[in-house]
Design a protein around this ligand. Structure first.
Ligand SMILES: Cc1cc2nc3c(=O)[nH]c(=O)nc-3n(C[C@H](O)[C@H](O)[C@H](O)COP(=O)(O)O)c2cc1C
Length: 385
């Protein structure tokens, strides 16, 4: 149990606990069933299931895994956004959910190439859903075709090693070679890559916006409640849901069992729990040695998918370098309480009067490998919406 895992609870006393900002980092081992997906599938598995077993390891906002797949048509995978799995409070326009369709498609594509297949990905074959809410129309129709000319991609090797890392990062600054490798990883993808390191003074503005945005998310009851609803505490809840945010530290489980951590209502903005969340995030952000981002020139659904594809490539390339990432989505979220931070991060990254959208903005730094997060089994993605 490390020092950061202690928090003060109302009524006094110091109780050890993991916190929302470092969920995976502080959790005890997860139930094997919840992380079974991280074992590579059998090589002779049907090709569609084989590529899907890789795709479902993709990063997804709040680990919601809003992917629905349909294999009714031979050689074809129909991908839809599961409209039962939305984030109405923190992602009111479902932008992050659509990005998370893109991360899935990119891993699927890498896996197909690995097996000598070309994944013909037709985005929004029945048209894009509108800019407010997704509907049942597919995000992509993917046809898998054998192709002796496809080349494998080295990023494939990182799929099982890529994990979002919410822990503290070393102060070591990623060098210009790392920047070049990251930029190269998304060459040809329609998203612009940017990076700032602690050797540049503007990193301070990045840190300040991230901290303020995190504070707002923690102290806004409706956004905090969205996280609480998706928070799985202890092995039973984690194994049952295999999605969402998770804490498995024994003492948090004890807190829940004792009724001292009540997820049915938002914690008061000035409560010890929330103050601790904010202080801990600020501590990590203050020492974060770099931030990276991806912008697109428009904010269409297609651009959001492409941003997701590019994002997971960046994270895979970073993983190969020993670099970790944690998205800083709060300031990019479109709920009213974040409006000032949304404006500030857009001004800082794309400049005043430029219409580009910051799709992903993340911390970046060196850190030991972190724990895998739960995934549902492939069969669960084949349920009807
Ligand atoms: C669009 C998007 C937004 C995300 N935003 C955040 C975020 O703000 N904070 C964070 O800690 N993780 C964020 N993540 C990471 C997810 O929480 C993570 O992918 C998910 O929990 C699964 O864990 P894994 O990436 O380790 O497999 C985001 C991921 C995506 C794709």
């Amino acid at each position: 149990m490390n020092k950061r895992q202690f928090l003060r609870i109302a009524g006094g006393g110091v109780i050890a606990a993991a916190t929302l900002s470092s969920l995976s980092g502080c959790s005890a081992d997860l139930p094997p069933a919840a992380v079974a997906a991280w074992t590579p599938p059998a090589e002779d598995l049907d090709i569609r299931r084989w590529v899907l077993s890789h795709a479902l390891l993709a990063p997804h906002a709040h680990n919601l895994q809003s992917w629905l797949v349909d294999l009714a048509e031979p050689d074809t995978i129909m991908l839809r956004l599961d409209t039962r799995r939305l984030l109405p409070e923190t992602d009111p326009l479902s932008r992050q959910l659509v990005i998370s369709q893109g991360t899935f498609l990119e891993l699927l594509d890498l896996a197909a190439k690995q097996k000598g297949y070309r994944a013909e990905i037709h985005l929004f074959p029945e048209g894009e859903f509108d800019s407010k809410s997704p509907d049942g129309r597919p995000t992509a129709r993917i046809r898998l075709a054998r192709d002796a000319t496809v080349q494998t991609d080295r990023l494939f090797e990182q799929i099982f090693h890529r994990h979002t890392n919410r822990g503290p990062y070393e102060s070591r600054i990623p060098d210009t070679d790392a920047r070049a490798v990251l930029a190269e990883s998304i060459k040809g993808y329609p998203a612009k890559f940017g990076m700032v390191t602690a050797s540049e003074s503007s990193i301070q503005q990045h840190r300040e916006i991230a901290m303020e945005a995190w504070r707002i998310e923690m102290q806004t009851p409706h956004t905090l409640m969205e996280s609480y609803k998706l928070l799985r505490v202890g092995p039973e809840e984690i194994a049952k849901h295999r999605d969402g945010l998770f804490i498995n530290a024994p003492l948090v489980r004890a807190l829940v069992a004792l009724g001292l951590f009540d997820r049915s209502k938002p914690s008061a903005p000035d409560s010890a729990v929330i103050k601790r969340q904010i202080a801990e995030f600020n501590e990590k952000m203050a020492t974060t040695p770099a931030c990276v981002w991806l912008t697109t020139s428009d904010n269409s659904r297609t651009s959001q998918v492409n941003a997701g594809r590019a994002y997971v490539r960046l994270q895979l390339a970073a993983t190969a370098l020993g670099l970790r990432m944690q998205p800083l989505s709060q300031a990019l979220q479109e709920y009213p309480e974040q409006a000032n931070n949304y404006k500030a991060i857009h001004q800082l990254i794309v400049g005043q009067g430029v219409a580009d959208t910051v799709q992903m903005w993340t911390r970046l730094g060196y850190a030991p490998a972190s724990q895998a997060s739960p995934r549902r089994e492939l069969q669960a993605l084949m349920g009807k919406a």
